[in-house]
Design a protein around this ligand. Structure first.
Ligand code: HEC
Ligand code: HEC
Ligand code: HEC
Ligand code: HEC
Ligand code: HEC
Ligand code: HEC
Ligand code: HEC
Length: 382
């Protein structure tokens, strides 16, 4: 998704140019069409009435922090806005410019100001379809001045050209932006590939583009771990890592307790998977179970066929669960061996309640979860 306008091509610090995923459609129609439905593609978008999932209907369009403090969401012909109100007077009003999050669990919103990006005070919490105070924001104050770091964008987009930092605040070139985790995030900037194959339609041997399937296992894993290994300590600038690079040359995993105060950290699928027997005793990678070009969310039967590519029913590596009426093991290996567990790291303050609701995330530590299995079996026998 290309937000920038004009002729200037978006250019990576390495000098390689991006083409934008619109240009892939001509030759990769099927993948492009499927990919456009994925949470990756939708994880950052221009904020519009369509991409913003929260309601703008009266009485559903607000967060009340207390009797005096309110944030009101407004839909006007000029665009979408958040208005901060203290004791009935407006203290600040800012536009929704960018939506972060496809909306499976929630969304946050950003606005531009002098080439920097700031997080708006109200976010959307999908499980309850409500607006909430943004994660980690104070409950007794309306805050419009929390800057967004490049690291946040590095995980939720394909590219933002960095500008010069103003004090502690990072700046970006709004014309050199590629939203969504798009094709060129995983395949590298591909302008040369597009030009070459456009000019040489008879060449079927791919040029100037990276297919992760041809890399080593650790390179393939790094390409996903960039964003799926929790918070990392960067010692190179954001957006410099490219597919094929060694991630440890750019950042190291952070082991200290993650802060529950920000949305900075989410699932660490990479770290958990690497502790699993399935992973340690085979050469599996993320693509063993995930077709990243397709939206497969919630299709547990399909994921179970991927387990059974190794755990076939006729071998001793198959499940030891006793059979019982109503239980078809083949339909769902997942809820017993990779249950959804509450994420200790992502909490939101829902509506005007002070309760903190955890996100539930699929654990990638594949194992046998006795408590979840009991619950699952109860659900079947009822
Ligand atoms: C003018 C046609 C054309 C366009 C446009 C095009 N490609 Fe390709 N691409 C090809 C051809 C031809 C191949 C080789 C045959 C195949 O794998 O389909 C290929 C192969 C690939 C491969 C596999 C490479 C490998 O080593 O196996 C990737 C990845 C890829 N393209 C990504 C992209 C991306 C991303 C875009 C858009 C930025 C894009 N392509 C735009 C023609 C094109
Ligand atoms: C640039 C960062 C980035 C990279 C690289 C990345 N992801 Fe993601 N991924 C995300 C974000 C952000 C989300 C959450 C999207 C949302 O819902 O807003 C996500 C979501 C997912 C999901 C859940 C989507 C669903 O359908 O339910 C899967 C599975 C996934 N990623 C697998 C992978 C794999 C496999 C790789 C490597 C080939 C990879 N990701 C590389 C950032 C990334
Ligand atoms: C280390 C990479 C990383 C960083 C940094 C990061 N995120 Fe995420 N974010 C993810 C991944 C991966 C997911 C998908 C969660 C999962 O399923 O594990 C996600 C999920 C989300 C979601 C929920 C998306 C949905 O559709 O359910 C929101 C909203 C979000 N992030 C906002 C932010 C904001 C705002 C920041 C910066 C302040 C941020 N994230 C920083 C990787 C990251
Ligand atoms: C999250 C990372 C990610 C994104 C985003 C992504 N791909 Fe891929 N792509 C991969 C991986 C990983 C493979 C290798 C899969 C495997 O191991 O078989 C691949 C393989 C391919 C191939 C080789 C043929 C094939 O089907 O395996 C093509 C062509 C391709 N991608 C094009 C695209 C295009 C075009 C887009 C955008 C519309 C895109 N990809 C988006 C990760 C990604
Ligand atoms: C052994 C199979 C398997 C492997 C390997 C695997 N996953 Fe998953 N993953 C799953 C299943 C099953 C789900 C749950 C899908 C659902 O509920 O829709 C899932 C869900 C996810 C989600 C969404 C989590 C959530 O709850 O929102 C992300 C993100 C993800 N995987 C990333 C990865 C990454 C990155 C890798 C590689 C480090 C990886 N996965 C390797 C099976 C696997
Ligand atoms: C690439 C092959 C492969 C895939 C795919 C795979 N596994 Fe495994 N798994 C293994 C191997 C090998 C072992 C170790 C067997 C042993 O101990 O002899 C194992 C072990 C296990 C164990 C025992 C774990 C323990 O710590 O004792 C469970 C449970 C399991 N797998 C479930 C699954 C589920 C569920 C899936 C799909 C989400 C899956 N596996 C996908 C290869 C795989
Ligand atoms: C109702 C919950 C449930 C479902 C569904 C389920 N399992 Fe299991 N699984 C178990 C239990 C319980 C054990 C036994 C653990 C023990 O006794 O140590 C087990 C054990 C295993 C083991 C370890 C076997 C060994 O040699 O020790 C593997 C591998 C496994 N399951 C794979 C699968 C696969 C693949 C599927 C889907 C086809 C699946 N399971 C579905 C509950 C389940």
């Amino acid at each position: 998704m290309c937000e920038g306008t004009g002729d200037s091509r978006v250019t990576h610090p390495s000098g390689l140019q991006f083409a934008g995923s619109e240009s892939c459609i001509a030759c990769h129609a099927d993948i492009s069409e499927r990919h456009a439905q994925t949470p990756h593609y939708l994880t950052s978008q221009p904020a519009t009435a369509e991409s913003v999932k929260g309601s703008f209907e009266p009485s559903h369009n607000l967060v009340e922090l207390n009797d005096r403090l309110r944030i009101v969401m407004e839909k006007t012909p000029e665009g979408l806005y958040q208005r901060g109100i203290v004791s009935d007077s407006t203290v600040e009003r800012r536009p929704f410019d960018i939506t972060i999050g496809s909306g499976r669990q929630g969304q946050s919103y950003l606005y531009w100001h002098e080439d920097a990006l700031y997080q708006l005070p109200a976010s959307y919490y999908a499980p309850d379809s409500v607006w909430t105070n943004s994660p980690g924001f104070p409950a007794d104050q309306i805050v419009f001045n929390r800057p967004i770091t490049s690291r946040c964008l590095e995980c939720h987009s394909t590219f933002f050209k960095m500008g010069r930092a103003v004090g502690e605040i990072e700046t970006f070139d709004p014309k050199q932006v590629l939203l969504g985790v798009d094709c060129e995030r995983c395949h590298g900037p591909a302008a040369k590939h597009v030009t070459f194959h456009g000019e040489n339609p008879d060449v079927k041997d791919p040029k100037y583009v990276i297919n992760p399937a041809r890399l080593t296992r650790s390179q393939r894993l790094d390409n996903c771990a960039l964003c799926h290994s929790g918070i990392r300590n960067n010692f190179m600038p954001s957006f410099t890592y490219m597919v094929g690079d060694r991630l440890d040359d750019f950042s190291t995993p952070a082991y200290e307790a993650d802060s529950a105060a920000t949305l900075d950290v989410h699932g660490n699928q990479f770290g958990l998977l690497t502790l699993s027997k399935c992973f340690r005793m085979t050469d599996m990678d993320c693509s063993t179970c995930h077709d990243v070009h397709s939206r497969e969310t919630g299709n547990l039967q399909l994921f179970s066929t991927r387990c059974m590519s190794c755990h076939t029913p006729d071998t001793e590596h198959f499940c030891k669960q006793e059979t019982m009426p109503g239980l078809a093991l083949e339909n769902n290996c997942i809820d017993c061996h990779m249950p959804k567990l509450p994420s200790r790291q992502v909490f939101v303050q829902s509506g005007n309640h002070a309760t903190r609701t955890p996100f539930f995330v699929r654990t990638h530590l594949i194992g046998t979860y006795k408590a979840q299995i009991e619950k699952f079996l109860e659900g079947i026998s009822n």
